[in-house]
Design a protein around this ligand. Structure first.
Ligand SMILES: Nc1ncnc2c1ncn2[C@@H]1O[C@H](COP(=O)(O)OP(=O)(O)OP(=O)(O)O)[C@@H](O)[C@H]1O
Length: 732
């Protein structure tokens, strides 16, 4: 079935010997009905221009047996219901046109049985063939009489109903509707279901009528509720559906039927509810309409999900074929044509059984745990636990986190997700406690006095004082632009008591005065400081220059010194390399010359013991060669040692630079970025302690000798050195 379906609309013409062929014509394709009203027609109330209508429908069914009619109209809807699609088959039309005959059939003949008994038979027949599924079927039978909901099976035992009292239509999630209080009767066979149908039929309200001696005076909705589950073991999903078989009360004209009293009252109700049904259909057919007035009557409300929901809907328009009824026939066909424009969106009603789903998931967890155990065993982590942590384990994690935050524990051992969660929970708790403490401290310490400046005060600078005695405000504070981010004490700015970069910044007015009672420490620290304020923090470049000349001057001096030592050592390396290469060249040259001497001497002068006799020039050359080799070794050793020094110097320069940057960042954040509340946490002490770190004199390159031992004391060198000049090794 497609995503969107048009409602299928069939016309059924009640057989008659006086069929008005001159007025009603249906085409051979059996999908079109033409209605003509001639001027001569007694009942014609329409003008000449509007005397002919053509209605295109899903089928015009005339002289069809009940079986043929069922197969064409209802069989596919019944099959859909067994698949999980809701279905509705509804008969509409004039009193006596054959709605009940179509829906229930003639009681005197089995062959003449209508859609409901055939649908029941179809359902149970299909259930028998679908052996892979288990089905449960329930029935309900609702009557709407004079806008009152009546349970036609209320008197039957064994029904299930969740609510007692008056029946009411209730809306369920996703646009479905149900009738609260309506009894649902489980049925296991066609016979059981038919018995309930007959029982309900007996309770229907029927009255004698001019056009029908057994006229239905109410709307009746017979519903087959189907639930099916696959026999596949682990399948927690199941589908449900409702098959609504609706026999509407007949539309009629009071004037025509001459009804009086009770029947007249019923007729008024019937006509009113059918008129609301038409309005709902009109709204549904017009796709631009957002609101559909379903709640105007019990009938439209009860049929809400059948008309505009996820349902396969079929309308049977029952008409007379006689000339006398042509106006009602026209009106029924108009309704049918509108209904054909309504679209529904059939969808299978899938559900998940929570109990089965839990069982399935538990089994899955079990398997996953086994797999995890196997994996951990193979990865040598067999001891890792995945169960909930015990109180003792939680307490241990808590103490470890506290030690970690206090800095007495370097690492937290994490082996499972449970642990991670517990650790994070502890972190969160610690953070919240700290925050709470902070709030309490702030509320105790801070007294904010809002001050609205008088006209005369408006142009004067207004003061903001942080932690200073009231008497010292005026001398100690100059104000920023008002919306300024921070006001910092200069002692914090430079970290070593000197004036920070605040002095470079613009000072203007603020509009509030905040007076704080001083703490002892704060008053001590700030009493002599001139506080300068700015609304925008200085650029980092600018601030860095200031920092290097003030708070970070000592570190900067050491860095510069280290750099110059490094430069000196690099020059030495380059000089030594040059020397070594030139000695090597000399050595090679001398070796070539000696080789020549050796060749010239070949077979000539030898001593008494057979050794070659060297001349003075050759001896001289040999001595020079030895000297050059000694020199080479000496320079080479020196080069190695200088290179080691270069490495070490480079390491220290990098460390100095890092330290300068880190300290600058802390100083910058404390001076311009971090809120006072955070800074006060640091002041009060605690595990977190960013900020200025005392200078470490070990970073100074006082005596760059013995590089190996110093390098060890500084830890491993992770920075890559620049390549130095290379030397050519000599063969010894
Ligand atoms: N297609 C048909 N073939 C044979 N008989 C029919 C057919 N349609 C209707 N009838 C007969 O017409 C009479 C009236 O039909 P029916 O009771 O079904 O009308 P109705 O539309 O339900 O009327 P009401 O709205 O008053 O209940 C019945 O006796 C019924 O057997």
């Amino acid at each position: 079935m497609s995503a969107f379906n048009e409602v299928k609309v069939f016309v059924r013409i009640r057989p008659t010997a006086q069929f008005a062929h001159e007025l009603i014509e249906y085409s051979p394709d059996e999908q079109t009905v033409n209605v003509r009203l001639s001027k001569k027609s007694k009942t014609a109330v329409l003008n000449n221009q509007m005397s002919s209508w053509c209605f295109r429908l899903s089928g015009v069914l005339h002289n069809l047996s009940q079986e043929e009619f069922y197969q064409q109209v209802a069989h596919s809807v019944v099959l859909g219901a067994l698949e999980g699609y809701n279905g509705t088959v509804m008969c509409f039309g004039q009193t006596g046109a054959g709605k009940t005959f179509t829906m229930t059939g003639a009681s005197e003949s089995y062959k003449q049985r209508g859609i409901i008994p055939r649908a029941i038979q179809d359902v149970f027949h299909e259930i028998d063939t679908r052996v892979d599924y288990s089905f449960s079927v329930h029935l309900s039978f609702l009557e709407i009489y004079n806008e009152t909901l009546v349970d036609l099976l209320a008197s039957v035992k064994g029904g299930q109903t969740k609510h007692c009292g008056t029946l009411s239509v209730v809306e369920e999630p996703e646009g479905a509707v149900s009738v609260k209080g309506l009894s649902l009767h489980p049925v296991h066979s066609e016979e059981e279901a038919l018995n309930l149908l007959f029982e309900g039929e007996m309770n229907k309200i029927i009255g004698a009528h001019a056009l029908n001696k057994n006229s239905s005076r109410s709307h009746c909705i017979f519903t087959i509720h189907i639930e099916s589950r696959s026999h596949a073991r682990s399948n927690a999903a199941y589908v449900t559906s409702k098959l609504n078989l609706v026999d509407l009360a007949g539309s009629e004209r009071l004037s025509k039927t001459g009804s009086e009293g009770q029947v007249q009252r019923e007729t008024l109700y019937i006509n009113r509810s059918l008129s609301f049904l038409e309005q709902a259909i009109l709204a549904l057919a017009d796709r631009r309409r957002e609101h559909v007035p379903f709640r105007q009557s019990k009938l439209t409300h009860a049929l809400k999900d059948s008309l505009g929901g996820n349902c396969n809907t079929v309308l049977v328009a029952n008409i007379f074929g006689e000339a006398a009824q042509i106006e009602e026939t026209l009106s029924t066909l108009r309704f049918a044509a509108r209904m054909k424009c309504v679209r529904t969106e059939p969808a299978v009603n899938k559900h998940i059984d929570p109990a089965l789903q839990v069982q399935r998931l538990q089994k899955e967890i079990q398997i996953l745990k086994q797999e995890l155990f196997l994996h951990n065993t193979l990865a040598d982590r067999a001891g890792v636990m995945y169960e909930d942590l015990s109180e003792a384990q939680v307490a241990l994690i808590k103490s470890e986190v506290q030690r970690y935050l206090a800095g007495t524990l370097d690492e937290l051992r994490i082996e499972s997700v449970q642990q991670i969660q517990a650790v994070f929970a502890e972190f969160k708790k610690a953070f919240q406690e700290q925050e709470q403490r902070l709030k309490e401290q702030t509320s105790q310490k801070r007294v904010v006095v809002e001050h609205t400046p008088s006209t005369s005060d408006a142009k004067k600078p207004v003061k903001e004082v942080v932690g200073l005695p009231a008497s010292s405000h005026q001398q100690s504070v100059t104000l920023g632009r008002g919306k300024g981010k921070k006001v910092k004490e200069s002692s914090r700015k430079n970290g070593h008591g000197s004036t920070g970069p605040g002095k470079h910044l613009t000072m203007t007015q603020s509009e509030t005065e905040i007076v704080l009672p001083p703490s002892v420490d704060e008053s001590k620290e700030s009493a002599n400081d001139e506080v300068k304020m700015s609304d925008i923090p200085p650029s980092k470049m600018e601030a860095f220059e200031v920092y290097k000349s003030e708070g970070g001057s000592e570190l900067n001096r050491i860095l510069k010194k280290n750099k110059s030592v490094l430069k000196e050592r690099l020059t030495q390396v380059n000089n030594l390399t040059g020397n070594i290469n030139s000695i090597k060249w000399d050595i090679d040259h001398m070796k070539t010359e000696l080789q020549l001497y050796k060749e010239q001497r070949q077979g000539k002068s030898t001593s008494a013991v057979g050794e070659p006799v060297l001349d003075a020039a050759e001896v001289n050359l040999l001595m020079k060669l030895r000297e050059a080799k000694d020199q080479y070794r000496q320079h080479y050793t020196e080069l190695l040692s200088t290179k080691a020094e270069v490495q070490y110097c480079r390491h220290l320069v990098d460390q100095c630079r890092m330290r300068l940057f880190t300290d600058f960042e802390s100083w910058y954040n404390e001076s311009f970025v971090l809120p006072d509340e955070v800074l006060s946490i640091f002041k009060d002490g605690g595990p977190i302690r960013p900020g200025l770190v005392p200078l470490d004199n070990d970073l100074a390159l006082r005596a760059p000798h013995g590089p190996a031992s110093r390098r060890n004391s500084m830890g491993s060198d992770t920075n890559k050195p620049k390549p130095l000049a290379t030397v050519t090794p000599i063969r010894r």
